[in-house]
Design a protein. Structure first.
Lengths: 145, 186
């Protein structure tokens, strides 16, 4: 086997990835008599060995705990993100009924009661209807305060 | 003694709702993932964060993993891609003419100094390689994977793996030659 052909498969030979038994025998025969290819193989093996000496990071025993912490909030975050992402339409859907409710309360309050001042400065409610909505009365009390 | 469950069994358990399946996979592959990331990025500080990101991606996508390839192949593919994206975003590389000087720590014993020096030289030599060469060196010479496994991870042919290794080692030979000569004289 010629040096040119040996060099083509020398890496594979050094990596023990040469499946062809015949090729292995031919290479080994060549290496016995060729100092240049032998030196090339030795350099290759030395580089592999040096690289394999590269320091490995040790496993962190808390790695899984930190990972679990990162994975847990996702379900809440996904829900929050969904709310934020739903946009103006959803916000209108919530805000509009709220505003309408407030408007109705104000209208009810205005229509079911009228105010008159007493000489003492107190304000009395002139009850028009016999039945006062407690909610209206409560709203008035809040408004007055 | 309880037989260790296969990756497929753990995946099936996880998909059935048992989180322990995923935890077991993390414990099994955590070390490999962190060290592949470390080899590719050269950054011990961020290796852990990037490895966490890898497993988060695995957690989210395990449901769509079709098991056509082995779990490790799929996992390492995610690892390589995540490390690549990290490097691209941070533009972290060691320029060819800018190898940092090794600080002399005189209080350390000679053997420990020598060890640290050697580690720095090896780390910098690998960091100088283009990413595609660095990847094959990391997967072959550091992690000990076969050509076939590496080809599966990188989605390329075995010939391509071999070719990249050949070129990577040619570059490393020049960079590491002084160290090799020193080793010969010892």
């Amino acid at each position: 086997m010629r040096c040119r052909n040996v060099k083509k498969i020398l890496n594979r030979y050094a990596d023990k990835e040469l499946n062809d038994a015949d090729a292995v025998i031919l290479i080994e025969e060549h290496l016995k008599s060729c100092p240049y290819c032998r030196a090339e193989l030795d350099a290759l093996i030395s580089i592999k060995r040096l690289i394999s000496l590269k320091e490995r990071l040790k496993e962190d025993p808390c790695f899984l705990f930190r990972l679990e912490d990162k994975l847990k909030p996702q379900t809440t975050e996904i829900k929050l993100q969904w709310v934020l992402d739903t946009g103006n339409f959803a916000r209108r859907l919530i805000l509009v009924p709220a505003l309408l409710t407030i408007l109705i309360m104000v209208m009810v309050f205005n229509s079911s009661a009228s105010l008159k001042s007493t000489p003492g400065g107190a304000v009395e409610i002139d009850i028009v209807s016999e039945e006062i909505d407690p909610f209206v009365l409560f709203s008035y009390t809040l408004f007055k305060n | 003694m309880e037989r260790e469950k296969s990756d497929s069994q753990l995946i099936t358990e996880f998909l059935a709702g048992n989180e322990q399946g995923f935890e077991e996979l993390v414990k099994r592959y955590q070390g490999y993932v962190i060290n592949i990331v470390y080899s590719l990025s050269g950054d011990a500080e961020y290796a852990d964060d990037i490895a966490q990101e890898v497993f988060i991606k695995v957690y989210r996508n395990l449901g769509s993993f079709r098991q056509e390839a082995s779990f490790s192949t799929w996992l390492y593919r995610i690892t390589v891609n995540t490390a690549y994206n990290y490097l691209k975003s941070r533009k972290r590389y060691v320029p060819l003419d800018n190898i940092p000087e090794i600080p002399k720590v005189e209080t350390l014993p000679a053997t420990e100094l020598e060890y640290k020096e050697k580690q720095e030289i090896i780390k910098n030599a690998i960091a100088k390689l283009p990413f595609k060469y660095r990847t094959v060196v990391a997967l072959k010479d550091i992690e000990g994977l076969s050509y076939e496994e590496i080809a599966g991870i990188l989605n390329c042919s075995i010939g391509t793996v071999e070719s990249r290794l050949f070129r990577a080692r040619a570059i490393l030979k020049n960079t590491l030659l002084p160290m090799l000569k020193k080793e010969d004289t010892l």
